[in-house]
Design a binder for this molecule. Structure first.
Ligand SMILES: [Zn+2]
Ligand SMILES: [Zn+2]
Length: 266
């Protein structure tokens, strides 16, 4: 079986990744992937919001670079996507971005718990020590549930991101997961099996085993992503991700073309 498409690739535009879309495409072909997609960190409502999203005036540049990779590598299917940060209140901005191009898919991610704290930012690690871990998880999943509920996204990114640095609540989180999964199913959002977690302190896929089983039981579809921030990370650990999906009960994954979803067998 060929590996599923890698739908979560970044580029140098976000200032914490390296490489052009064509460099990622070249790597994908080396690996024998048939399809990839870019999901660069979308511009925030103001460019000075932080320093790790592309700027608003770079959006066309991004689209051009992805189109160039499509032209340079006609043997590879290259999709155009975005990873959009969901923060309650910026829905109008997100809708504007959605209207800016013919996207193949949109990934909705929650990184920010409030305007100032991105829970996965290593520079802000100290903030974890100042908070109750369960409360952070609960607040995060509340936002993620709202993100799915906007109906703006085709895929929800790295759904159990708060585990990144290994801060895990000692209480059961399955109710938080279930509530989110119900919203995802209702709004036709797939979740992403993201292999970047394997490269972080938590040392496991996003999402973990229990979450993935609940997702499968809830009838929520999946897509795959490496969250590559350099070309060498394309398709990283995808065999393991496919195995985890099958073990959770999945037999199909989603592919996207101009925001239409189809299923392919795992
Ligand atoms: Zn990033
Ligand atoms: Zn992300």
């Amino acid at each position: 079986m060929p590996l599923p498409p890698d739908y979560h690739l970044h580029t140098a535009l976000c200032r914490h990744a390296i490489g052009e879309p064509s460099d990622y495409a070249r790597r994908a072909i080396e690996l024998g992937l048939a399809e990839i997609g870019f999901a660069e960190h979308a511009p925030m409502p103001t460019d000075d919001f932080d320093d790790w999203h592309m700027r608003a005036d770079q959006l066309d540049l991004y689209i051009e670079a992805v189109r160039k990779a499509q032209k340079d590598f006609p043997e590879l299917t290259v999709r155009l996507g975005l990873e959009m940060d969901y923060i309650p209140g910026i829905e109008d901005w997100l809708r504007e971005l959605v209207a800016r191009a013919r996207w193949d898919y949109l990934i909705g991610s929650v990184h920010y718990l409030d305007e100032h704290w991105a829970i996965d930012d290593p520079k802000q690690l100290a903030l974890w020590e100042k908070h109750d871990v369960f409360e952070v998880w609960a607040e995060y999943f509340d936002r993620l549930t709202r993100a799915a509920g906007t109906g703006l996204f085709d895929i929800i990114g790295h759904a159990d991101l708060p585990k990144k640095f290994g801060f895990r609540p000692d209480r059961d989180c399955s109710q938080l997961y279930r509530r989110f999964l119900e919203a995802a199913r209702k709004h036709n959002c797939a979740i992403e099996i993201n292999t970047a977690g394997l490269r972080k302190d938590c040392r496991e896929l996003y999402p973990g085993e229990q979450f993935l089983r609940l997702a499968c039981n809830a009838g929520v579809a999946i897509a795959f992503g490496s969250d590559a921030h350099k070309p060498e990370e394309v398709g990283l650990d995808f065999s393991m991700a496919v195995r985890a999906a099958k073990q959770a009960g999945y037999a199909h994954y989603s592919v996207f073309n101009l925001r239409n979803r189809q299923f392919q067998g795992l």
